[in-house]
Design a protein around this ligand. Sequence first.
Ligand code: AMP
Length: 121
Amino acid sequence: MAETIFSKIIKREIPADIVYEDDISLVFKDINPQAPVHLLIIPKKEIATINDISKEDRELIGHLYWLAGELARDMGFAEDGYRTVMNCGENAGQTVFHIHLHLLAGKPLGWPPYTDRMKQA
Ligand code: AMP
């Protein structure tokens, strides 16, 4: 798998606003936030897309969702609600091919979550 910008963030080769780290995952603020809170929860393991998740990765993927709930409780928006999104491939608008769970919160979130780019399509 080609190295992505997220691998460089993991290795501290480029800066990011990191809010949490453990041995298997990293959480940092999205550089182009779509909500008052917009975090990216990533595994340190390089997995390009949802299509590349293997059976052995199931616990790792569960860890990302567990972290989303922990962060929501810690940051105080668990009761108000929030959204988690993992885009897969071109039609979903995936731009970084290292899986990541978007965690969006801090305002009522519309549905469907169209981006400007998708509206123009
Ligand atoms: P996706 O379109 O689902 O692949 O999401 C990729 C996300 O990564 C976008 O929301 C970008 O704003 C975000 N992003 C890209 N580069 C960086 C970076 N260097 N630091 C933080 N977030 C980034």
